[in-house]
Design a protein around this ligand. Sequence first.
Ligand code: AMP
Length: 275
Amino acid sequence: MLILSTPEDVARFRQTGKKLALVPTMGNLHAGHLSLVRLAKQHADEVLVSIFVNRLQFGPNEDFDRYPRTFERDCALLEAEGCTAVLHPEESTLYPQPQQYFVEPPEALSDTLCGAFRPGHFRGVCTVVSKLFNLSRPDVAVFGLKDFQQFLILREMTRQMNHPIEIIGGEIVREADGLAMSSRNQYLDPAQRAEATRLYRLLQTATARLKAGDTWADVQAATQAELQANGWVPQYLEWRRDDNLQPCEQLPDVASRLLIAAFSGNTRLIDNLSL
Ligand code: AMP
């Protein structure tokens, strides 16, 4: 497995002209990331995984400094998975200073859900993913549906910016008890970790109630009350259309899902479930 760090490394790697799938990550890999690598392999000859903790997508009071960095272990996992190459750039390579150009996502997609609580987050995501696209010129890029809003924003960015790249979404990989895998789960203490499975159970109950005809107002209130009663600080619980993130009040004739974000202590967890 090749380790690429400079634009020259990537350009040399791309000379083979093989069909390439890019899987962007911030490292600290788990089975969710590895499922994306497997999915990527089904769509391309070679898989490039980028590992870069992107300062631009973190808010001033977020966990950029303490975000877990486990590069050696990540490489061992990727090698075992048959990944072709890892792109691990220096911050100064991806962000030559001063960086004055940014990719701004539309408010309709980015000022809601996570974006409402993390100003500038999706601008940081779109900017770094554009850079990764420009450097590696993949044919396919794979993103997890765990970050559903991110997936939608990046798919739309790719379309509107004419990147000739096919965007593929990978299903959420969960722990045995249902908790969506996340690098941030390791911030949880044992009691918080045991409690964390409630997020998924609540989503399951809520989607079942909506399908059975309960009103959204009742389901939303009951779900948030149960979270609060169990020590969570909810940020949002929303029911949105899959195609454009517009709110649903009753079962739409298009695919839709519930999306949730809540704090357990200082740890912010997100999850979503299709109806
Ligand atoms: P991150 O390293 O957290 O930026 O995530 C890199 C990619 O992995 C993103 O496309 C995420 O949506 C995806 N991802 C993270 N956790 C999971 C999961 N549990 N299941 C599937 N994909 C995931």
